[in-house]
Write a protein that binds this ligand. Sequence first.
Ligand code: 13P
Length: 259
Amino acid sequence: MISMQTIIGGNWKMQLGIKESIQLAKTLVSSLQDLERVKIYVAPSFVALPEVATIIQNSPIKLAAQNMSEYESGAYTGEISPLWLKELGCEYVILGHSERRRILGESNELINKKVHNALKYGLKPILCIGESASERSSGKVKEVNARQLEKSLKDIDSDQIKNIIIAYEPVWAINSRGLNPTGEIVPATPKQAEEMHNFIQQWLVSAYGNIGKEIPLQYGGSVKPENAKDLLSISSIHGALVGGASLNSTDFVQIIRSI
Ligand code: 13P
């Protein structure tokens, strides 16, 4: 088994304004100075990226964007170019998050264009995939995730795949009322997450050979201080993509310290 540095990301979604993002970034910088065994990134909203970039610049915390355009520049009102993200110091960009796929209508084809565009300008995509509750209950879990991988990674070669992180985020486990309007939202059990991470790793090996084993796989969906240790002790789970719990510095730091 290849040992990989654990990667923990905080996806702040559309939850924090500029002032709150500044405050959280400052607290994280002062709490996370000695991070040898773990890589950390935070993904603030676009409007908070410049301020957060300045705060974290001499810390071990890296910057991620939550989305970007499939275009480089031009007359595309409201879009954000990968060039600007790079200029701001982003290392990563989250692409294909389920909230964008399922609430905002992004297709695999669009996500694939964004993956190519991110790589072209030196950003590392964090490609999110995951099945809904009904896809799981109808026995389509592997089929859905395999299709998202195949289409979102179309024409990505084995040199490019080394710069991609895959985040497995089962839709039913994401603490989002937009995605899960009713009912209880529960994290995947370590067994459910392990089964899917093993499947994703096998898929990557069959597509890219042994390099497939070196692609970091993050789990996302209701990761909290209470369940992080069990999930992160599984060998095919190389990190976590944290939503709600990343908005609270104590919880986020506790998740990181549980490694
Ligand atoms: P929660 O941790 O709030 O369930 O969100 C997960 C997620 O969507 C991270 O991208």
